[in-house]
Design a protein around this ligand. Structure first.
Ligand code: CU
Length: 135
């Protein structure tokens, strides 16, 4: 009670309100950004990528997760096609203006190609999913 009165005396009300709003924004930002922990200690990672035809030498994104984690990739594409990681059953379709979501559980460590089989028969590399081994 005395501390609150002391704070009120030292700080004008507008400054106090601004500090409270700033703290609320920071707490909300942390809540939104922190990984979701499951009961087994694994995390759920959500990424946003766009499938575009890359020029030679241009790097594709690397999405790093740990073995056992869940992966959600939101994918936008300039071309229609089917999203795929070989060995994962889920193969959502995507088309321009209609993003899709790809889900997988990172069961095996290694580097996996997330790619688009475009409607014209070609393949577009979207990202590499790097699954780090669990200790
Ligand atoms: Cu494929």
């Amino acid at each position: 009670m005395n501390a609150l009165v002391a704070v009120k005396r030292r700080m004008p009300p507008l400054k106090l309100i601004l500090v409270c709003v700033l703290i609320a924004i920071l707490l909300l930002g942390y809540e939104y950004a922190k990984p979701v922990r499951t009961v087994h200690g694994h995390e759920t990672h959500e990424f946003h990528v766009t499938a575009v035809r890359k020029k030679p030498g241009v790097q594709i994104p690397v999405l790093s997760v740990a073995q056992g984690d869940s992966v959600i990739v939101n994918i936008s594409s300039n071309e229609p096609g089917m999203v795929m990681v070989h060995g994962v059953d889920e193969m959502p379709e995507v088309e321009p203006g209609r993003p899709t979501q790809f889900h997988m559980t990172a069961k095996t460590s290694g580097r996996f190609s997330l790619h688009l089989h475009a409607a014209d028969g070609t393949q577009i590399e979207i990202a590499t999913i790097a699954v780090l081994p669990q200790n």
